[in-house]
Design a binder for this molecule. Structure first.
Ligand code: MEV
Length: 333
């Protein structure tokens, strides 16, 4: 295959984080979910440098990488980098196989949000790496091509994942996402969501929680699969509620999803505390968002009531994140 050449010496790109509105965990079982992109972004600069020894250099302070280096041909041949460089290396390997190139690459990342918040930093990294490479070498990959390659890159590293986070990072906005083959990604036209995002102060590994739920699912086949089915019904009913700005209904469905997530063991005392405080303050609904075991809770609440709840939760030691949703997907900066 002929080598591609860079059409720019340097590009800067970014991708948003994400929050699950409904359907986390259920999405893993060929399910459906509602997911929205948040305006907290991961930035990536990619530089091509002519050189005889082609090297990949990564600087990503958020995950402790400072001038991490590896020969590119080894990455492309084996795709077996482990540790914090693995997501970027996996993207570079997959891209290089399809579009071989003969330059050194320098990649630097910076983020608006800490990797510990559970806002999908790995997927934003994959989205920016592939979109950045596509832009640097001018190969013009479509969103769908970026997505398909990104799903493979994530599978190589984690061996699991629904791809919903990645879809949110690439398309942005708010999506109805169906995890069957081929995956269905439907951008939704939604009214402004009155949503508060609160960090519960703990970080848990998504992979562990997905595996833990899988074990429960397989060991209690008469109990957990019906819970997953119910979660899917919540997504089906949640979509029109979201599109029609029926906040009381959407809030009710969010409350039920939180209860079901609690039932499958991914709730925590701080998340439950935030959810109960939100409900006591008059929220339409509140739930944990994502894998659980920590990370963030989301609260659907009128703007008028947000200020007071924000003060209460901050006083209780939680971090209210000033995020807005329905953010733009992957883009050139
Ligand atoms: C994690 O952000 C969301 C899960 O549904 C896992 C996944 O979608 O891959 C728990």
């Amino acid at each position: 295959m002929p080598a591609v050449s860079p059409v720019h010496s340097r590009v800067k790109v970014s991708a948003p984080g994400k929050l699950f509105l409904l359907g986390e965990h259920a999405i893993v079982y060929n399910g459906i979910c509602l997911i929205t992109a948040v305006d907290s972004r991961l930035y990536m600069t990619l530089e091509a440098e002519p050189s005889t020894k082609q090297i990949l250099t990564i600087t990503a302070p958020a995950v402790g990488l400072d001038h991490w280096q590896h020969p590119l041909h080894e990455i492309a041949e084996t795709n077996q980098v482990s540790g914090p460089a693995s997501f970027i290396a996996s993207c570079v390997a997959l891209f290089h196989r399809q579009f071989p190139f003969n330059v050194s690459l320098k990649i630097e990342t910076a983020s608006d949000f800490a990797a510990t918040l559970g806002l999908g930093s790995s997927s934003a990294t994959v989205a920016t790496a592939l979109f950045g490479l596509s832009s640097l070498f001018g190969v013009g990959l479509s969103h769908r091509q970026l997505f398909d390659m990104g799903v493979d890159a994530i599978q190589q590293v984690q061996h699991l994942g629904s791809g919903a986070d990645l879809a949110a990072a690439i398309w942005g906005g708010t999506l109805y996402y169906a995890n069957h083959t081929p995956r269905e990604i439907v951008p939704l036209d939604i009214p402004t969501l009155p949503l508060m995002v609160v960090y519960s102060g703990q970080k848990a590994g998504t992979v562990n929680y997905v595996q833990q739920v899988r074990q429960l699912h397989d060991s209690l086949p008469h109990i957990v699969p019906p819970i997953i089915e119910l979660m899917l019904t919540l997504v089906e009913e949640g979509r029109p509620a979201l599109e029609n700005a029926d906040w009381p209904r959407l809030g009710q469905l969010m409350n039920i999803q939180h209860g079901l997530l609690h039932a499958i063991g991914v709730d925590t005392a701080p998340l439950a505390d935030i959810v109960f405080q939100a409900r006591a303050a008059g929220a339409y609904g509140a739930k944990l968002s994502g894998a659980g075991g920590g990370d963030c809770a989301i609260i659907l609440i009128t703007p008028a009531e947000q200020q007071l709840l924000s003060e209460t939760l901050t006083h209780a030691g939680y971090q209210v994140l000033p995020l807005s949703v329905h953010a733009t997907g992957v883009r050139l900066e």
